[in-house]
Design a protein around this ligand. Structure first.
Ligand SMILES: Nc1nc2c(ncn2[C@@H]2O[C@H](COP(=O)(O)OP(=O)(O)OP(=O)(O)O)[C@@H](O)[C@H]2O)c(=O)[nH]1
Ligand SMILES: [Mg+2]
Length: 446
């Protein structure tokens, strides 16, 4: 999981700060030294770190901290605010041309994720902005690059325009835009070639394309796993071609975080989207505030809720709520819930967004994908009646269900027991929801 090392170190420091009733100058200094080391270790650009630490230290010395009853908390709050600021403050939305076609050119080094990002963006714009994108295959160099764009286009359900590998990329781009006009498409996404390193020929060609087609936006795709190198790449591309924003890919990997934290500060260009997996759905708008919370281990609750809402059918959620309250929740509903949880994406990723939860170390809450599949198989082997009223599942029924689902009787027993516990738990959660002062309401999917 991304940022793990950084988050862990910052949390240790915060714990020390929080534990103190009063903070001396020395405490702040020591805390900042630790934050500094953690950031450097996460491969954040050293000038960026220096500036960051200076700003936080200056504010921490002010009265808002020293006169506060909870100085440790105040310092953490400042670190959070400065981190949000560092990553661009507010989130940047993609800009669409008010009339005519919006032309978006994707550029970046080899393997950064341009082709994948093209399909992800197209699908995202279609789903969330009501757009009708067309992708254009302008990488004529890497073998099978054109084919690859067609493959991801198929997966995303987005049309792809290509002209083989014999025509100049900028001419293909032009023809692609003409095609979009003809077929009533309103966004054109140009997938360009990458190189292993920044070289003159590539830059020349991209410049040429930019001059010819005058894109509304040039978005640079960078691989978060490459840390500070990603930032250097961004600086070079920006200097030579001029970019409008960044798509940071592979945030699902174990990136230490350097790129996400330094890109904006070094290039002045915001991260607009983050790639979080290999599938066409795995893209999220980049929100500096949410990212900061995630890095500081405060959890990214907002993204989690959005994901839950996307994966959730609202009507079903209301129906579920009603059933919970009237205690009619059955194994059938449980099965549906599992499906919805799976819709939200890899469990591991989701858990990482919950404050205080660490991916892979979920303790008693542990759910893994295999276990989910097993539970699904067991429930599917039950009759509708059994799903509605698990109490009728006696010994011989258990045996039949185990055989039908390829599991053991103990596993069936465990599921039924877990279900009963969940039903009780859900009852408690829904009771809490009625009276907020009694406790925190549960997450929507729990
Ligand atoms: N885990 C993960 N993998 C990704 C992500 N984005 C892209 N990839 C993978 O990274 C690899 C390279 O992606 P491409 O989209 O082909 O990269 P590209 O920039 O078009 O590469 P070239 O065309 O060779 O320059 C592929 O295996 C993708 O599946 C992401 O956000 N997360
Ligand atoms: Mg490509």
């Amino acid at each position: 999981m991304a940022f793990e090392g950084l988050t862990e170190k910052l949390q240790q420091t915060f714990k020390k700060l929080r534990g103190k009733g009063k903070l001396s100058e020395k405490d702040v200094k020591e805390g900042m030294r630790e934050v500094k080391l953690a950031l450097l270790e996460a491969d954040v650009n050293f000038l960026v770190v220096k500036d960051f630490i200076n700003k936080v230290t200056e504010r921490a010395a002010g009265s808002e901290v020293m006169d506060s009853l909870t100085p440790g908390q105040q310092v953490i709050k400042i670190v959070n605010q400065q981190l949000v600021e560092l990553m661009g403050g507010t989130s940047s939305k993609p800009v669409f041309s008010s009339r005519g076609i919006t032309k978006i050119m994707l550029v970046g080094l080899q393997g950064a994720g341009k082709t994948t990002a093209a399909a992800k963006l197209a699908k995202y714009f279609e789903k969330h902005n009501g757009k009708h994108p067309l992708m254009v295959a302008c990488d004529i160099y890497r073998p099978a690059a054109v084919k690859q764009l067609h493959v991801v286009g198929d997966k995303a359900g987005i049309p792809v325009f290509s002209m083989g590998e014999k025509i100049k990329p900028s001419d293909i781009a032009k023809a692609g835009i003409a095609e979009a006009e003809k077929s009533g498409r309103d966004v054109v996404i140009l997938d360009t070639a990458g190189r292993l390193h920044i070289d003159d020929t590539l830059m020349q060609e991209l410049e040429d394309m930019k001059n010819k087609i005058k894109p509304d936006q040039v978005l640079l795709v960078v691989d978060a796993m490459t840390g500070q190198d990603a930032v250097n790449v961004a600086e070079s591309f920006n200097g030579r071609i001029g970019i409008d924003g960044v798509i940071l890919t592979k945030l699902d990997g174990d990136t230490r975080g350097g790129a996400a934290i330094s890109v904006k500060a070094v290039t002045g260009k915001p991260i607009i989207f983050a790639g979080t997996g290999e599938k066409v759905e795995d893209i999220e708008p980049f929100h500096p505030d949410r990212m900061a919370s995630r890095i500081l281990g405060m959890g990214d609750v907002l993204t989690l809720i959005e994901k839950a809402q996307q994966g959730f059918d609202e009507k079903k959620a209301l129906e579920l709520n009603r059933k919970l309250k009237s205690q009619q929740f059955t194994l059938e509903d449980f099965l549906e819930q599992l499906g919805q949880v799976k819709n939200m994406g890899p469990i591991d990723q989701i858990m990482g967004m919950i404050p205080g939860m660490k991916a892979g170390k979920m303790g008693p809450m542990e759910i893994d994908e295999k276990e989910l599949a097993r539970i699904e198989a067991i429930i599917k082997s039950m009759t509708p009646e059994e799903r509605r009223e698990p109490s009728i599942i006696n010994g011989s029924r258990r045996k039949r269900i185990a055989a039908g689902s390829g599991t053991r009787i103990q596993q069936v027993n465990r599921l039924i027991k877990q279900f009963e516990q969940t039903r009780k738990l859900m009852k408690q959660f829904s009771d809490m929801g009625k009276n907020p002062r009694k406790g925190k309401p549960g997450f929507p999917f729990m």
